[in-house]
Design a protein around this ligand. Structure first.
Ligand SMILES: Nc1ncnc2c1ncn2[C@@H]1O[C@H](COP(=O)(O)OP(=O)(O)OP(=O)(O)O)[C@@H](O)[C@H]1O
Length: 301
């Protein structure tokens, strides 16, 4: 181990805070130089600096928002392919950590030190990377707002439960979705509540961990439907499974979502919100080396 080539970026306030000193101690003992973020977007700056310094091992202590900031900084430094990343979960939902078998700070630090390295896919949209998912439409904001308790109970569907009220007022999108699948190009056009594009996270079937190494997104287009049906289907965990006629599934290396009327659509890339009339999402296959926990399944069913 070469001291100095290992660095950690710690968000001291994620998940309610209180973990920074503990994480600093554990990481310091394993040769990581620790830096703390001072505010929003600071993770981007610190990762950019780590990239420019040629850091070979980078641990991120925080939630999915912090991981996303770090990915953006590494991408801006053109260093995504040169670094091995690890995630020490200290956020609220910690969706990425959960998908890769990392639970808790102590185990996260252990994995950052000695965990297996897997080469995983990232998503790219408008020049920016994402690792968990990109959501277009209604739940983009609601998913960020969903409480951890709801997320724990309803998993991928929490946003639908929290968002029931908003769904009543949500103007469905008139959208065109173009996807590049193994069987050629396909298109879906119509009125939709949202388009869920998962990289690490699968929205289809029972949800859970997606295959991060298959070069494909798991895509679900949720059609407009009455709110009562939406919530009922969500509570029955049927909405994104094969039981619902209102959801169209694809596996695709490229997805383009555009508004048929040229109106801006809200997108959430790992919780980072932006608006676009049209956005192309591409899988960047094998873009990142990531340390994973023993519970990680390379190719889940
Ligand atoms: N020192 C700081 N003070 C205030 N905000 C910060 C600071 N450092 C980072 N942040 C911001 O904290 C936000 C929340 O971080 P993050 O998303 O990792 O945690 P979370 O919301 O608790 O977890 P999750 O996304 O897993 O649900 C990030 O958007 C980041 O910009």
């Amino acid at each position: 181990m070469q001291v100095g080539s290992r660095r950690a970026i710690v968000n001291p306030i994620s998940g309610g805070g209180g973990h920074a000193d503990y994480a600093r101690r554990l990481l310091g003992a394993r040769g990581f130089k620790v830096q703390e973020t001072a505010g929003p977007e600071d993770g981007v700056e610190l990762a950019l600096e780590a990239g420019r310094d040629g850091v070979s091992e980078l641990a991120v202590v925080g939630g999915d928002g912090t991981v996303n900031e770090v990915l953006r900084g590494l991408s801006a430094a053109d260093h995504l392919g040169e670094v091995t990343l690890s995630v020490v979960p200290a956020g609220t939902a910690n969706i990425l950590a959960r998908q890769i078998g990392v639970v808790g700070i102590e185990q996260g630090v252990e994995v950052a030190d000695t965990g297996d390295v897997r080469t995983i896919d990232l998503g790219m949209a408008d020049g920016q990377p994402f690792v968990v998912s990109c959501i277009a439409g209604f739940p983009a904001e609601a998913s960020v707002a969903a409480t951890s308790d709801l997320k724990a109970r309803f998993g991928t569907l929490a946003f639908l439960v929290t968002g029931a009220q908003e769904a009543l007022e949500f103007e469905p999108l008139s959208i065109d979705v173009e996807v590049a699948t193994d069987d050629g190009d396909e298109r879906w056009s119509g009125e939709a509540l949202c388009v869920l594009v998962g990289n690490a996270r699968k929205f289809v079937e029972q949800g859970g961990q997606a295959d991060l190494e298959d070069g494909l997104f798991d895509v679900a287009v949720v059609e407009r439907m009455p709110t009562s049906n939406l919530v009922a289907e969500a509570v029955q965990h049927r909405l994104l499974g094969s039981g619902s006629e209102n959801v169209t599934h694809f596996q695709a290396a490229r997805v383009t979502v555009s508004d048929a009327d040229g109106e801006p659509i809200t997108f959430s890339r790992d919780g980072e919100l932006s608006e676009h009339e049209r956005l192309a999402l591409d899988v960047s296959s094998g873009a990142l080396d990531l340390r994973v926990g023993a519970g990680y399944t390379p190719h889940p069913e």
